[in-house]
Design a binder for this molecule. Structure first.
Ligand code: ZN
Length: 238
């Protein structure tokens, strides 16, 4: 089955001020009417049956989606990942520096998404998502992953103790910032975790959210919106 992937930018929406313009998060203080309009536009442009949004609490809880979502459904509470085998049902993960991860087994017809920030990545949200995908029939060797735009290691400065703690939970994530201070490269750690799990194909969107003004960055702007990384199974022939 053909797998589709989309990563949004700030362009094209109705939000204004610090949220301009295509904010897709209902939890950052933006005008709810603008967010609803942006979400409607996303679903329309993707031509999907519905889009699933997650509550995102920096945990490792996975939602198994087995019904078509309706517009206006609440974001799945307490979840930072989702999996589905339903064609045309898009899974969206919201981020502004955290790593959005898109997963798929095109042969089995299963997709997954995960919101992997520092806390969730260390808590094992990615292995939990792969396990949930296997529960729907996915095989890890057939899985593809895309790590979306996120804060890069050169920009992500943290205290040395925090770097060491995250490195212990997610080996490969320790980095050095542009200023020569302790940093984190979560995408490097997540990539190593996916390789270790046996995921066959791994792509990385190299864009840094802090450095790219077209993307939302919490570290840069604090009060801001969230981009979406979205994946779904296309039932049309490839
Ligand atoms: Zn950067």
């Amino acid at each position: 089955m053909r797998v589709r992937r989309v990563v949004t930018t700030r362009a094209g929406g109705r939000s204004t001020g610090p949220f301009a313009r295509f904010n897709l998060s209902a939890g950052v203080g933006d005008d709810p009417a603008a967010v609803a309009a942006n979400r409607r536009r996303l679903a329309d442009e993707l031509r999907v049956r519905g889009v699933v949004f997650l509550g995102q609490v920096h945990g490792a809880q996975v939602a198994v989606v087995d019904t078509v979502p309706r517009p206006g459904d609440p974001d799945r509470p307490g979840t930072d990942a989702a999996v589905t085998a339903l064609p045309g049902v898009a899974l969206a993960v919201l981020a502004a520096d955290c790593v959005p991860v898109l997963l798929a087994d095109p042969r089995a017809g299963v997709v997954g998404v995960a919101h992997a920030g520092r806390v969730g990545a260390a808590a094992g949200v990615l292995p939990a998502t792969l396990t949930a995908m296997a529960g729907l029939g996915a095989h890890v060797a057939d899985c593809e992953a895309l790590l979306g735009p996120a804060v890069c290691g050169a920009c992500y400065e943290v205290p040395a103790a925090m770097r060491d703690e995250v490195e212990a939970a997610l080996p490969g994530s320790a980095a050095r910032t542009r200023r020569g201070t302790p940093g984190l490269d979560l995408r490097a750690g997540l990539r190593a975790q996916l390789v270790g799990a046996g995921v066959g194909r791994i792509g990385v969107d190299p864009r840094c959210t802090v450095e790219d003004p077209d993307l939302y960055s919490y570290r840069r702007d604090h009060r801001t919106g969230r981009l979406a990384a979205v994946t779904w199974l296309d039932s049309a022939p490839a």
